[in-house]
Design a protein around this ligand. Structure first.
Ligand SMILES: Cc1ncc(COP(=O)(O)O)c(C=O)c1O
Length: 450
């Protein structure tokens, strides 16, 4: 969903402009080098974004010197917060020895073993550089192994920006993708197992791919029972099941959604937490499937997939990623992040009530969302609110002023999405709840929210 195009003029925005003169100046420079002044779809903020300078733990500081409690958390890559000392040490100790040795390294083996120790379905793995590559490779492997072309995805589920998934989530435009490419992907409504079964009955589906907690990082929450149904349907119909655990991997539990909900996918796409705060992605799964990346005589030359990639398994990401996964191995960091999220959700619920606005919040593991414009009081950790209310509740007309109002009060969230980490303290979360209450009151005063 594209954001607003008009520069707003309200009390929140006037305060925002006055507080961030250095960011305003940097934005003028950014406009001269980046299309739209932006480097990522969701980093665009009107009238200009806040430019961040550094981060530590759960806090970061902007170019004007303001401090923020951070809930963007590197787009979900930082379960342990910014600059965790052990991850910094791991990367720093590798740096002088080379960041790209153009060869196999011991570090890549340790990284793969660390993934497999947490996620046993990953019998074999290939590392690359991003979540987009991870889902792209999973699709390629599924097609190569099944000899089928069609891929099934779900409405609102996001899998990156390569041609097979661009536009599929309904959030970002996909101009430039050939119709021939688009037509090989069928997007179904989420949580309708009968529709999946009917679609797979045609016998041409290579794989079903989904975000296992639900679309948009779990915002459109999926009941775990659906995962079990998908496992059964895909196995019966001869299609593969791909879990896109780019967000959920090593977050919703140390072994991802597959561990937490007890469903073993055939293939898994990984990134974010995987690389300990550095760039990195991976596709893993059953050995016989990953074998298409192997070499003759292990694989028929006609069936193999070639996979070059300059920064595949680079030792810097491997060092940070391995250390990060070792730190998660006892489950304590996941539990701490989830406790932080629960406290935050309760704080936001209190802020909504105190400000007297129509909104609600929900949570899945360590991610919390505020939904604007409607009320709902079911299970806040498995949100079953109507899809239309959820879609309306994240419209830019709400989330953009909320983002600015929170930044004015020292909190940075991804619109209405708060990604918690093991580094968030109780005091920081309580400060956040106060900032949310103030933001909601300001939105009410500006008549953005009733
Ligand atoms: C579920 C999911 N899959 C894939 C991606 C793409 O990952 P990347 O941004 O590393 O390309 C994302 C990015 O946020 C994601 O949330």
């Amino acid at each position: 969903m594209a954001g607003s195009t008009r520069t707003p003029d309200d009390s929140i925005t006037r305060e925002y402009v006055a507080r961030h003169p250095r960011s305003a100046a940097l934005y003028r420079e950014a406009l001269d080098v980046f299309p739209g002044g932006a480097t990522h779809e969701v980093r665009r903020v009107l009238p200009f974004p806040v430019f961040m300078a550094r981060g530590r733990g759960a806090v970061k500081w902007d170019a004007d010197g303001h401090e923020y409690v951070d809930y963007v958390m590197g787009h979900g890559a930082l379960l342990l917060g910014h600059g965790h000392p052990e991850l910094v040490a791991a990367a720093a100790s590798q740096l002088p020895h080379g960041t790209q040795l153009g060869a196999n390294t011991e570090q890549e083996i340790a990284w793969a073993q660390a993934v497999r120790a947490l996620m046993p379905s990953v019998e074999r793995i290939r590392f690359h550089s991003s979540g987009t590559e991870a889902t792209m490779m999973a699709i390629r492997i599924a097609r190569a192994c099944t000899g089928r072309d069609r891929i099934v995805t779900f409405a609102d589920h996001f899998h990156g920006w390569h041609d097979y998934v661009a536009g599929g989530s309904g959030r970002y435009p996909a101009t430039g993708v050939p119709e021939a490419t688009r037509s090989t992907v069928t997007t179904l409504p989420a949580a309708d197992p009968d529709a999946v079964d009917r679609t797979l009955a045609a016998g041409d589906v290579a794989a079903v791919m989904l975000e296992p907690t639900g679309g948009a990082m779990g915002y459109y929450a999926l009941d775990p029972a659906f995962l079990h149904r998908l496992r059964e349907i895909t196995a019966r119909r001869g299609a593969l099941l791909i879990f896109d655990e780019v967000v959920t991997g090593f977050r919703v539990s140390k072994g991802g959604a597959q561990e937490r909900y007890g469903v073993r996918p055939d293939l898994t796409a990984l990134a974010k937490i995987l690389a300990g705060g550095l760039p990195g992605g991976a596709t893993g799964g059953r050995a016989e499937l990953l074998n298409v990346l192997s070499f003759p005589p292990d694989v028929d030359p006609q069936r193999r997939i070639g996979h070059p990639g300059t920064f595949n398994a680079n030792p810097l990401s491997a060092a940070a990623g391995t250390r990060c996964l070792h730190l998660l191995a006892d489950g304590a960091a996941n539990a701490a992040a989830e406790r932080a999220a629960r406290r935050l959700r309760q704080g936001i619920a209190g802020a909504i009530a105190a400000a007297g606005v129509t909104a609600f919040c929900h949570q899945r593991a360590s991610i919390v969302w505020i939904v604007f414009g409607s009320a709902w009081d079911g299970d806040p950790e498995l949100c079953a609110a109507p899809r239309a209310a959820l879609a309306e509740g994240r419209e830019p007309r709400y989330t953009e002023p909320f983002k600015r109002a929170l930044l004015n009060r020292g909190v940075d969230a991804l619109g209405g999405t708060f990604i918690a980490s093991a580094a968030h303290t109780g005091a920081q979360i309580d400060r956040t709840a106060e900032a949310v209450e103030d933001a909601l009151r300001r939105m009410k005063a500006d008549e953005v929210l009733r």
